[in-house]
Every structure is written in C-alpha cells, then in structure tokens.
Design a protein around this ligand. Structure first.
Ligand code: ADP
Length: 660
C-alpha cells in the first residue's frame, strides 16, 4: 500500500462544544455506541460500526468524521499516478451534471485514472452467485454494507458463520486494478459511505484502498482546486467498464446484478434496509427462525441513501438517475474481467464487545434513584435518547448513560428545589418582618417603660395611703384591686424588659467563667420551682472544671430561659440532665436535657423566632429563646435543639473555651 501520513482521529467523533444534548444520535445508533459524558453524547469507538447515522441525524453538525482530503491531496501532490474509484451512486450525487462531467472533474483534480466501483460490484455479484449455487450455505448474509459486517463482527459474531466471505465491491475493484495494471500507487475510493473509512483500514482487507473520500469531501477537494463540475467537458470512465454492477447502489441492487431470479412469492431472499429491520432479521437468524437463503442487509436504503450523499433529491429520484446510467452501460460492448484474476475472499474476526446485562434487581435499583417506583412511573418519553425507561436503565448499568439524565425526574427535582427556594424566601420575609417588628417593639417598649414605672410607683403610694386612711372592709376591697394592678403592671414591665433585651442585647462583658459554677448558680435560682414540680436533676461536670469566655449575667439569662422552658415542659414532674464537657480544643459544650412534652417537628424551625410561643394560656412572650439565640451568637457560640414529642428536649450550647 502507498505510504503516507495516517490520520489519527477516529472515524466518528463528537465536537463537544457543538453537542446540544438532543440525544437523537443515541436514538439512531444501532450499535449502542454512544455514551453520555457530562450530558454530551460521545462515541464509544470500540462499539462504533461507522454507519454514520449519528452524523446524519445531528442537526448541530456535532459529529465529525475523519477527513480524507488532506491525505488525498498529499497523494496528488506527490507526482505519482493516483487512481480514483467512484462508487456507482456517483451520478445521483451530482444530478445537475452529466456523469462524464463528474468523471472529468475528478480527473482534473489530478487523478491519473478514474474507474467505477460497479466493476467490482460485477465481480462480487458473480462470486456471490457461485457461492450461492454451491448450496453449502443454508442462509447467506451478503457483505456489501461494511457497517452491517462491522455490526456482526462486534455485536453478533455468532452470525459470522452465515456471512459470505466475499469482499465488498470497493475492495474487489481495488484488488482487480492492482492485479490488472500491477498498480502499486494510491487508490482513493470516492462515495457516499462513511463506513468505508473504517473498512479501508480493516486488517482483513487492508492494503488495497489508501484513502476514502465522501462526496462532501470530493466537493472540498474540487473547491480547493477551483474545479467546477458544470464547466467540465465529458470524459469516459477508464476501463474495465461495468455491466449490471452499476445498479448495485439501489435497493436490491446486489440481487439484480447476481441475476438470481427471485420474486415476491419466493421466500428465498430477504432484502432488509435500515437498522431496525436489519437488527430484526439478525435476531431471527440467531434464533434460527429465518427460512430465506439470501439476506441482503443494508443500514441505508441502498448506497444511494448513504450518509455522505450529496444531493437533496429523494431516494426514488436518485434511483431513477442510477438506473438510467446503468442502462447506458448495458448498451456498450465490453468484456468482463475474469473472476479468477481477483482474490474475492475475505476473513472475519470476532470483535465482540459485550456489555454486562443488569438483573431485574439492578434495574429496580436504578429506577429507585430516579423516583420510579411503579410501572406507571416509567413514562418511556424518549427524551433521554432511549426508546424506553428500561433501555435507559440498562444503559446506566452499562456505564453508557448518566442516571439523572431523565427529563421528568429533572423537572420534578427542579420543581422541588423551586418549592424549597420559595419556602426559604417566605421564611426570610417572615424573619425580616419579625426583625422590624422587634425594632418597632423596642421603640415602643422604651416609650412604655417610663409611664409603666410611674404607674407602679403611684400604685405603691396609693397602697400606702389607703392602708393609712381607709377603714375595713373598704380597705381590703381596694387593696385587692391595687394588687392586681401592681401584678399586671409588673408583667408589662417584664415584657418590656425582655423586648429590650431581644432588640438591643448589650455587648457582652466577657470574663473567664467557671462553667460548673455558672450552671450550679442557675439551677440554684430555680431549685425551689424544680422541687415543687417534682423534677429530679442529674448534674455531670468535667473534672477539672472547664471555663468559658462569656458575660456572666447574659450567660445566666441564657441558662435560666432554657431551664424555665424545661420546667414548663414537665408540669407533672420529670428528669432534668445538665451536663458540660470540653469539645475539641477550643469549645465547651453545655447540654440541658428534659423529659418533657417535646417540640413537634413543625415547630422546631420556629422556636428561636421572636414571639413564637405555644404557651398562650401561660401567657408566654415567645421572646425567651430569641434572647438566648442572640446572646449565644454574640458570644461566637452555637445552639442546637433536638426534640421528640412526649420524650423530651435537649438544648446543646457550644461556647468558646477560656484557655486555662
Ligand atoms: P415562651 O417560653 O415565652 O413561649 P420561648 O422563646 O422561650 O418563649 O420558647 C418558644 C417556644 O419553644 C415555647 O413556647 C415552646 O413551645 C417551645 N419550647 C422551648 N423550650 C422547650 C422545651 N424544653 N420543651 C418543649 N417546648 C419548648
């Protein structure tokens, strides 16, 4: 074979920036050779059969094929003779030009001779007829479509037994020319097929064809050389000339050129085109349910439908053009090359690239990850590129697809996230409203504080006066009213104080505090209440004592608020556990655990909100824990709560540890 720089890129490749994730290539890949990588559809080279369907269906032109232009140009520039062999579909690729003008244009590009692959097709047809007539095959799969051959080798190698060991027309033409003309220079195939690019380097048939140009690439070459087909004169193809082989590229063309009779009533022959039908027939062959002796299988509707065909004409018009051209050849007088002069045989190799198959359990696990729990959740919408959810799950199992690549699942998840964002937004608005409420309340509290203090003073004065001046029983009646007024006023004053604490906690006056002392003092202040309520206390303190950096008064306020809440949660008695310990190097942890009524889940997120209270009867203000929270945060600490209804509640404080 002519030596030259070999192209390094695989036959079909994805241009990542162009892939728009429509996954139509996945849907159209008969070899399951497309894998999803970060959402983009990439070609798995080991599985790719080079049929070019992914290239054809990609509207974004994100699949690129290996170009033969550069290497062909190198051949042409080398000064050596270069042969071009034209696929028999070439007249349909340039319907506006005469076939002879196309031949002339190719010659003008620098090719020393221009032949038709129909010559090789004639040889293939004869070799095939001989093989068929030997009757040694029950079923014979034809091999003119390199994509089908590659498919069988890679994906159903058990069927190689049924595959005719005869080369394709391209290889037959190449071998013929090399033996007929003892030609050792480069031979370039020009046609509509992408799979030929793979075929030319297949070690079983290589060494014959040096480069493959698609019709699109021929256009590029002609453009580079400023050659317009329409401006060319007419040039006849070089000899040998074809016979019926020119009809090869149309649907059923092989059988026509073998001149083996077949009609619709005979089930000797099956012509199947398109991946769905081809794969179906192959399945039947594997299962032994095919009666036909000849299977002509093509991934396109004849080669005139090849992925790199030039014209926008329908397949039917293309067929007319090729048929007309074929008729013209039939009228010409010519002698066919001897079949014996050419080695028409080929070998096959098993290149099986099997992927593991998942069990039902594996599929169920994959479905679970995308919230598919029942058969009715399997929508089979096809948006992922697979025709069913099951097929997609298999692809996930085989590492070809990403599990989350499921549109209904993603939409559902987006909606959920949306709901969460809206929720968080609502909570923020709520918190902001509460904050401004707190600020307003603080202002109002400040205004209320003085008059309330005044009223309390006057109530005390009045109590004194009436005690001095009024006789019984009038005195007792009035004293009772005044005492109620005093209690209520004190409550007002208490709320006002808490409000001010919440809205404007003063900066902590930080000192080194013994945690054990702090907790013992706080418990002592409430010891009477705990005793009355029959609450049993268990204290656990570290040895030696731990110290925190904190404002003593504020910390006491924190602990008292939590302890009072604990006591209120255990009206019928219970147990209180108070613990402290060192946490890490620089924190001290304080835990206050009660066995009270607990906090319902839906309240847990709200208990630190100002004014949130469930103690309407006990006239709670809902400010205690908000004050606790703001003091703890000011101390660079954290507070967490864990609670279970009817079991109890644990508050955990973490505060900066004072270095001993
Ligand atoms: P208040 O005690 O005035 O209601 P807080 O801010 O101190 O206000 O507490 C808010 C709410 O948190 C309480 O009304 C109560 O529902 C809940 N809560 C706090 N601590 C406990 C606890 N130890 N057990 C059960 N519920 C609690």
């Amino acid at each position: 074979m002519f030596k030259g720089k070999d192209t390094a890129i695989p036959v079909v490749e994805t241009i990542k920036d162009r892939c728009r994730r429509c996954y139509s290539c996945i849907r159209n890949c008969p070899a399951k050779a497309i894998r999803i990588e970060r959402g983009q559809a990439m070609v798995i080279q080991e599985r790719c059969i080079g049929c070019g369907r992914c290239v054809r269906v990609c509207a974004q032109k994100a699949k690129k094929i290996e170009s033969g232009v550069e290497r062909t140009e190198q051949f042409l520039q080398s000064g050596e003779p270069v042969y071009a062999i034209l696929a028999p579909s070439f007249p349909a690729a340039y319907p506006e030009a005469k076939a002879e003008q196309i031949v002339a244009a190719v010659a003008a590009a620098g090719f020393s001779r221009v032949f038709s692959v129909a010559v090789g097709a004639d040889l293939v047809a004869r070799a095939f007829r001989e093989l068929y007539q030997k009757q040694s095959y029950a079923t014979l799969i034809t091999t003119s479509c390199p994509a089908v051959v590659s498919y069988i080798e890679k994906h159903q190698p058990s069927l190689l037994l049924f595959t005719a060991p005869i080369v394709s027309p391209m290889i037959a033409t190449g071998r013929l020319l090399r033996s007929m003309y003892s030609f050792t220079g480069p031979i370039v195939f020009i046609g509509p097929c992408i799979a030929k690019k793979k075929e030319k380097s297949d070690p079983k048939v290589s060494g014959v064809i040096d480069e493959v140009l698609t019709f699109h690439e021929l256009n590029q070459l002609l453009d580079m050389k400023r050659i317009a087909i329409a401006e060319q004169g007419e040039r006849e193809l070089d000899q040998p000339w074809p016979q019926l082989g020119s009809i090869f590229p149309v649907s059923g063309g092989l059988l026509r050129s073998t001149e083996l009779a077949h009609d619709l009533l005979s089930n000797e022959v099956i012509v199947a085109e398109g991946p769905e039908r081809v794969l179906e027939v192959l399945r039947h062959v594997e299962q032994g349910t095919v009666e036909a002796r000849i299977l002509d299988l093509l991934f396109c509707q004849g080669c005139i439908d090849g992925p790199a065909m030039n014209s926008g004409l329908s397949v039917y018009l293309r067929k007319d053009i090729v048929a007309n051209y074929c008729r013209r050849w039939l009228d010409k007088k010519k002698t066919a090359p001897a079949l014996e002069a050419v080695d028409m045989t080929r070998r096959f190799t098993r290149e099986a690239h099997y992927l593991p198959l998942p069990s039902e359990e594996d599929i169920a696990k994959i479905f679970l990850q995308i919230d598919k729990h029942n058969p009715s959740d399997e929508l089979n919408c096809g948006a992922c590129g697979y025709s069913s959810c099951r097929e997609k799950a298999i692809a996930v199992y085989q590492g070809r697809a990403e599990v989350e690549m499921c549109l209904p699942f993603l939409i559902e998840r987006l909606e959920k996230m949306n709901r969460e964002v809206l929720d968080a937004q609502e909570r923020l608005i709520h918190a902001a409203r509460l904050t401004s409420m707190g600020e307003v309340a603080a202002g109002v509290a400040h205004e209320i504080n003085n008059p309330v203090a005044g009223v309390l003073t006057y109530v005390k004065l009045m109590k004194k006066k009436v005690q001095e001046q009024l006789p019984e029983p009038t005195l007792s009646g009035i004293l009772r009213y005044l005492e109620i007024m005093e209690t209520e006023m004190r409550r007002v004053s208490e709320i006002v104080k808490e409000l001010l604490d919440f809205a404007r906690p003063t900066d902590p006056d930080v000192t080194r505090i013994s945690v054990t002392e702090l907790m013992k003092k706080s418990l002592f202040l409430l010891s009477h209440q705990f005793e009355l309520q029959n609450i049993h206390i268990t204290e656990t303190y570290p040895e030696p004592d731990e110290f925190i950096q904190a404002d003593l008064k504020q910390m006491q306020q924190v602990l008292l608020n939590i302890l009072i809440n604990a006591a209120q949660a255990m009206p019928k008695g219970g147990a209180l556990f108070v613990r402290s310990r060192q946490r890490g190097v620089d924190q001290v942890e304080i835990e206050i655990q009660d066995t009270g009524e607990g906090i319902p889940q839906e309240h847990l997120g709200k208990i630190f909100d100002p004014f949130f209270t469930t103690k309407l009867e006990k006239k709670g203000t809902g400010l205690g824990l908000s004050v606790v929270y703001s003091i703890v945060v000011k101390h660079h600490g954290t507070i967490h709560v864990q609670s279970q209804v009817s079991v109890g509640t644990t508050f955990t404080l973490r505060l900066p540890r004072a270095v001993p």
